[in-house]
Design a protein around this ligand. Structure first.
Ligand code: AMP
Ligand code: ZN
Length: 496
């Protein structure tokens, strides 16, 4: 089998994935800023890393997956000046900042569960790591890479570059261009250069979220939490750091500078960036007003939605394209995904229930065996080629064709032999459920199903076909339900 290759944003190449300390693998992914409900765009990025996490475990690695919760320091406008996103919401809703954090963290977890995401190994929060952030800021000051100015502390990019740092390397920015492009007057007068960024900010009197520090009362800069929490739980140098493309600059660029500055090591071996979910070619985002929430999607209650779509339809839709390509939302694409998802799940149901039938009179058909092996190989080739789930899904559909031939008896199970049959069953189920995280959704509600059965029950009763009537009663009982046959109506209830 081909080994796993990952596109590394830092080298701009697909590289062979070799963990620092196999079989252990460390992944850090930037989590949400919990001041609002997560939208479908956010879901795409987290899905990319959910599938990566699942696949690495499938390959046998022992993965520590750290995904943080940003609950302080992320300011409106993503810069160094202004209100904290959470603090602002707390004021608006007249709540404690931690109530805002809790509310949207709960929502985030609910959404992840709906989409069948695996929880990370550690979910640290920025406010839980203030001490570490103060320590790293102090280390950077001691090393001459940061300076205090009017109660705030800034990272000194010029000093960092003099000492061999390559600020701009990840995102491919050229410092001179950045300087001429920047109209950013954040903390002007306090900073030695407009490119310098805040490690610690002095809290204005009206700022609610504040902590004591050697530089007075303040709060950490947005980029610092990820450096502190990733290195605390994964080490000064770890395997994979992920996030959406829009975090490459300045967030991840600053993370590298802080970590390299503090620990004298390149912190991350593979930087992975997931591309954006777009709507009519525009990035889905809260500020552009073109975002919708998972709950709106499941209910079909947004003007952009022609109908409701289930979580697994969306999961299938997203995984049909590789994480590095943009993915445009459209009703047509989602409707097609709904069909595709159902075809896949039908294949899954069939293979799970299909039994091998031994028949000594049948010889093994090597061509059939080779086709199945090639189909399985195709699924892995996709995953190994920088997590190209689009190729994997195409491979799964090739296997669905085979599964249907076995189901219809066009190919006998004995023609492929027991070993190949078992391999097909094992891999097909594992790749769909275990790696892609796509599972069967029960589409029929008890209510709808019972209603149909009760109308049959009535018909049989009227025709006095009591054996059928009893049979239907038996179905209900087997499912923990009872038929309530009353004088004026027939209904069902849960068996008490
Ligand atoms: P935020 O809560 O804004 O910090 O975003 C959480 C994650 O979602 C980040 O990794 C972002 O890069 C990602 N993200 C935001 N908008 C989109 C989008 N339209 N498509 C894909 N990922 C997104
Ligand atoms: Zn981050």
């Amino acid at each position: 089998m081909q080994p796993l290759k990952i596109y590394n944003t830092l080298s701009r190449e697909k590289e062979l994935f070799t963990p620092l300390n196999a079989p252990h693998v460390g992944i850090y992914v930037c989590g949400p800023t919990v001041y609002n409900y997560v939208h479908l765009g956010n879901v795409r990025t987290f899905m990319t890393f959910d599938v990566l996490y699942r696949y690495l475990m499938h390959l046998g690695y022992k993965v520590r997956y750290v995904r943080n919760i940003t609950d302080v320091g992320h300011l409106v406008g993503d810069g160094d000046e202004g209100e904290d996103k959470i603090g602002k919401m707390a004021k608006l809703e007249q709540l404690e900042p931690m109530e805002i954090v809790q509310r949207y963290t709960n929502d985030f977890h609910k959404v992840l569960e709906q989409f069948n995401f695996l929880p990370p190994s550690i979910e640290p929060s920025a406010t839980g790591h203030i001490v570490e952030q103060i320590e790293t800021t102090q280390t950077l000051i001691n090393k001459g890479l940061a300076y205090e100015s009017n109660g705030s502390v800034y990272f000194d990019i010029a000093k960092y570059n003099e000492q061999g740092g390559e600020y701009g390397k990840l995102s491919g920015r050229i410092l001179d261009d950045l300087l001429t492009e920047t109209r950013d007057l954040d903390g002007v007068g306090e900073k030695r250069s407009p490119l310098d960024f805040a490690l610690w900010k002095k809290a204005a009197p009206e700022h609610i979220m504040r902590w004591n520090s050697p530089w007075g009362e303040g709060f950490p800069g947005w980029h610092l939490e990820c450096t502190c929490m990733s290195t605390k739980y994964l080490g000064d140098s770890f395997d994979i750091h992920g996030g959406g493309m829009d975090l490459k600059f300045p967030h991840h660029e600053c993370e590298i500078a802080q970590a390299k500055g503090a620990n004298d090591r390149e912190p991350v071996r593979y930087w992975m960036h997931s591309n954006m979910l777009t709507v009519n070619g525009q990035k889905m985002s809260k500020s552009l007003g073109n975002s919708f929430l998972p709950a709106e999607l499941f209910a079909g209650s947004h003007p952009l939605l022609e109908q409701p779509y289930s979580p697994m339809t969306v999961r299938f839709f997203m995984l049909q394209s590789q994480y590095r390509s943009t993915l445009d939302f459209s009703n047509d694409a989602l409707k097609a995904a709904q069909k595709g998802y159902k075809r896949l799940i039908n294949g899954l149901r069939i293979i799970k229930n299909l039994e091998y039938v031994a028949d000594d009179s049948i010889v093994i058909d090597e061509k059939q065996v080779a086709e199945i092996e090639k189909g399985i190989q195709g699924c892995y080739d996709g995953l190994n080629d920088d997590m190209n789930t689009a190729v994997t899904i195409a491979g799964l559909f090739n296997l669905v064709k085979k599964i249907n031939q076995l189901y219809m008896g066009q190919v006998q199970t004995a023609q492929i032999g027991e070993a190949t049959f078992n391999l097909l069953k094992e891999k097909f189920v594992l790749i769909i459920e275990g790696v892609l995280g796509i599972v069967e959704e029960q589409s029929t509600s008890v209510e709808a199903f019972a209603k149909g059965m009760l109308s049959l029950y009535k018909e049989y009763k009227e025709a006095k076909q009591y054996d059928k009537v009893d049979e239907i009663r038996g179905y209900f009982k087997a499912n923990g339900l009872v038929i309530k046959d009353m004088k004026t109506r027939i209904d069902w209830a849960y068996e008490e």
